[in-house]
Write a protein that binds this ligand. Structure first.
Ligand code: ADP
Ligand code: MG
Length: 398
């Protein structure tokens, strides 16, 4: 992945800068319940304010599907950002149009305007050219700091780059540097911890990482399909029958390339996935019919932890069990603790894995926590992210 130009490479003073952020925060009853995504873009916004730029922010919020939705307006988001920055953040009535353009023109350097939810326009998600041009007309420079939206080619993430010089924000730059360090020149051994519910959603990552990872530690529901492919009975556990061939092919290729693959040795099983279910820990060969695997067992957690201890780089995507229920969170927590205690460079991506690390209070012990669930997954799959490619192309055109 080649290096993108960032806001530090260009002169922003006096310029009107259109910043695409990912402020798609959870809001319940008008209250923001987690402002992590807002805080993540603050360094870029502060940098622009300090360097005397006019800051015009754009984001989507929720899935309004091209219609104005009162509960998806950005007023509470602007208010929270204003609190964090210690200044007033005005919200424009729309993201394009005469009134919004007049507001954008009237701004002085150091002032911040937030455009209304870009997904109130159906043109946003279909990347309509006229709308993209309308957004571009508000500014002199485009900054993409929305790593979490970089896997979507929308008007505010891709279309706009055809009309403005375009560079990465500090968050985008940090995400790309961290995730690239897994693929490009990782400190070895490189250990990939892959979990989560379904192998079908992770086979792309597994396959791509076969090129670079030395060791795979696999847990979560997806491990069941691999165990089954190896001939184990997994009782009534979640299994993806249609992916058995892919699972087998992954194991064969890993073996041929001398990659180490560690599957669960012991597992926690229950008959019903409920908080008060009777559970037991059994070796993987002893999962009886009627029982479901819900977590890795302690022997597996220990084996994984020992490997993590000796790693140079660890990339983690997907929890080891149904961690949302405290009873089945031990395996995931053990992995988070091993990562926190290891000197390896640790990169965590995936919405649920990040939530698990945060739940364990260990987020600040990781080298990098990705803010982009879907985007980080696609990056690790080796796919080109349209939002990132657009920055590169805009530079070539410019
Ligand atoms: P991420 O968001 O980190 O990429 P995924 O979305 O792929 O992770 O997977 C997270 C989900 O996987 C969680 O909701 C968790 O409950 C589920 N899961 C983990 N282990 C199991 C299992 N053994 N059986 C069923 N579901 C599981
Ligand atoms: Mg998830």
């Amino acid at each position: 992945m080649s290096q993108k130009e960032s806001i530090r490479d260009v002169d922003v003073a006096g310029k009107r800068v259109f910043v695409r952020v990912d402020f798609n925060v959870p809001i319940h009853g008008g209250e923001i319940t987690d402002d992590t995504r807002i805080r993540a873009a603050v360094p870029t916004i502060r940098y622009l304010i300090e360097h005397r730029a006019v800051v015009i922010l754009a984001t989507h919020l929720g899935r309004p599907k091209g219609e104005i939705r009162e509960d998806m307006r950005l007023a509470p988001v602007a208010a929270r950002l204003g609190e964090i920055l210690g200044l007033h953040v005005q919200v424009a009535p729309d993201s394009v149009g005469a009134e919004t353009a007049a507001l954008a023109r009237a701004l002085e350097p150091g002032e911040v305007l937030m455009l209304e939810n870009v997904r109130f326009h159906p043109e946003e998600e279909v990347n309509e050219v006229g709308y993209a041009r309308g957004l571009a007309d508000l500014a002199d420079l485009y900054v993409d700091d929305a790593f979490g939206s970089a896997h979507r080619a929308h008007a505010s993430t891709e279309g706009i780059t055809h009309f403005l010089p375009s560079v990465a924000g500090l968050l985008m730059e940090r995400e790309l540097t961290a995730l690239s360090s897994v693929i490009d020149a990782p400190a070895r051994p490189l250990v990939a911890i892959i979990g989560g519910a379904k192998i079908s959603s992770k086979i792309g990552v597994l396959t791509n990482l076969l090129d670079v990872a030395d060791t795979f530690l696999i847990g979560g529901g997806m491990a069941n399909t691999l165990l089954k492919a190896q001939g184990h009975e997994v009782g009534d556990s979640l299994i993806e029958q249609d992916n058995l061939d892919e699972a087998r092919s992954f194991l064969d290729t890993a073996h041929a390339r001398k990659r180490q693959v560690v599957l669960p040795l012991d597992v926690v099983v229950v008959q019903e996935v409920t908080v008060d279910a009777a559970r037991k820990t059994v070796p993987v060969r002893d999962v009886e019919s009627g029982w479901k695997i819900v977590d890795i067992g302690p022997a597996t957690a220990k084996a994984f932890s020992d490997i993590i201890q000796r790693a140079g780089t660890v990339v983690w995507n997907g929890p080891m069990g149904i961690f949302e229920l405290e009873q089945f969170a031990a395996g995931t927590r053990a992995v988070a603790q091993a990562l926190a205690g290891s000197s390896a460079r640790s990169i965590v991506g995936g919405g649920d894995s990040v939530a698990a690390v945060e739940q364990a209070g260990l987020a600040d012990r990781m080298s990098h926590i990705s803010t982009g669930g879907g985007a980080s997954l696609e990056f690790l799959e080796g796919r080109t992210l349209p939002g990132v490619a657009a920055l590169q192309n805009a530079r070539v055109r410019g």
